[in-house]
Design a protein around this ligand. Structure first.
Ligand code: SF4
Length: 367
């Protein structure tokens, strides 16, 4: 029997805020993480005018605005739509597409940026796909293996520039497909899921397999995802965002360095700035991390108390203390409760509701 899934899909969106302890929070989908400095700056402006001022990056490359009024003002929603983040009210929570952040820039077997755009348009164009759950995830891996292991529902993994394979759930790889046919194939499978889903939120929860045995080869896709480390990669720059929270000066610096142009939000709370390797000092000056050995590159945390009512620890403050103490030496995630929001998929030290004493022991163990 598949695990029970609640019927009520409470995934937040722009038009369906989540009530957090620090106010309403909205989640803005950024398919493939592909956006621009100008668009981020507009979100930053809206966050400052209506909310806490911070942009929060998620483990799916979405952007959240927190601290909004309980009833989110219509002008905020309208401005998000004008900035291009709300092409369809009905589909806003189903545009969950994660793609290899460096695709088309450096490495990988294929440039999947056009596929991101095509798949997003196709999702929005199909009314029946508005019924996909808000947690349903499409993953597009350009062959480097960085995102194929992120626990996709449906996906594409490039074999070369023109061919790839469809990924279905976490344990099945199906027939090879040409890149030009991938959008249609993914939409067909998504429609099949909608027809069969019942209470399921994910492909793995279906009582019957989404694809028949003859349609593909079984394989285990639960591979660790491999974040691109902070720093220069060729002419491009990866910057880690401590705690995934972009402050107004950081948003301004990103906009200035990108000259308003392309910026990629990664699923690891970092940003890729194309052709920005020479500008790292401007980003370091506002607290963004460009050194893979920086302690912040190993530390993540959920928002914790007091922003989350479930939090039993002020995880953000503790994480900052841990970094000031020299860092944990190994990848470490601090959670305010057992839900472990935003925990990395790869190996890491898992601290649930930690105290200062726990952190001191961790630092001592490193020494
Ligand atoms: S892990 Fe718990 S405390 Fe942290 S954000 Fe999630 S629900 Fe809140």
């Amino acid at each position: 029997m598949p695990p029970e899934a609640p019927r009520d899909d409470r995934c937040p969106g722009v038009l369906r805020p989540h009530e957090a302890a620090d106010g309403a929070m909205v989640r803005i989908r950024v398919p493939g993480g592909q956006t621009t400095g100008t668009a981020l700056r507009e979100l930053g402006r809206l966050a400052t005018e209506y909310g806490s001022g911070l942009l929060q990056l998620t483990s799916r490359g979405s952007v959240q605005v927190r601290g909004l009024p309980e009833v989110v003002p219509e002008p905020f929603e309208d401005a998000v739509a004008r900035a291009g983040f709300l092409p369809s009210a009905a589909h806003e929570r189903v545009r969950n597409i994660v793609a290899s952040p460096l695709t088309g820039l450096r490495g990988g077997r294929a440039d999947l940026r056009p596929l991101v755009a095509r798949l997003d348009r196709a999702l929005v164009a199909e009314p029946r796909l508005a019924d996909l759950p808000g947690r349903f995830l499409f993953v597009l891996d350009d062959g480097r293996g960085d995102v194929a292991g992120l626990g996709c529902d449906l996906g594409y993994r490039a074999l070369d520039a023109e061919r790839g394979e469809l990924l279905v759930g976490e344990r099945r790889r199906v027939r090879p497909v040409r890149l030009g046919e991938a959008t249609e194939a993914l939409v067909d499978l998504a429609l099949r899921f909608v027809e069969r889903r019942g209470d399921a939120w994910h492909v793995r929860q279906l009582s019957e397999p989404l694809v028949e045995a003859g349609e593909g080869t079984e394989t285990d896709l639960r591979l660790p995802s491999t974040p691109q480390p902070a720093g220069a990669t060729g002419p491009h720059l990866v910057v880690d965002v401590p705690l995934g929270l972009l402050s107004p000066p950081q948003v301004e610096a990103v906009h200035a360095v990108a000259d308003g142009g392309p910026v990629v939000v990664t699923p690891w709370r970092s940003l890729v700035l194309p052709d920005a390797a020479a500008s790292r000092s401007a980003l370091e000056a506002v607290g963004l991390v460009t050194d893979p050995d920086d302690a912040w590159s190993l530390v993540s945390a959920c928002v914790g108390a007091p922003w989350c009512a479930n939090g039993r620890s002020d995880t953000r403050t503790l994480a900052a203390q841990l970094v000031r103490a020299g860092g944990p030496g190994v990848r470490t995630h601090l959670s305010g409760c057992e839900r472990r929001c935003g925990a990395p998929t790869g190996p890491h030290t898992d601290l649930v509701a930690p105290t200062r004493v726990d952190l001191a022991e961790l630092v001592l163990a490193r020494a």
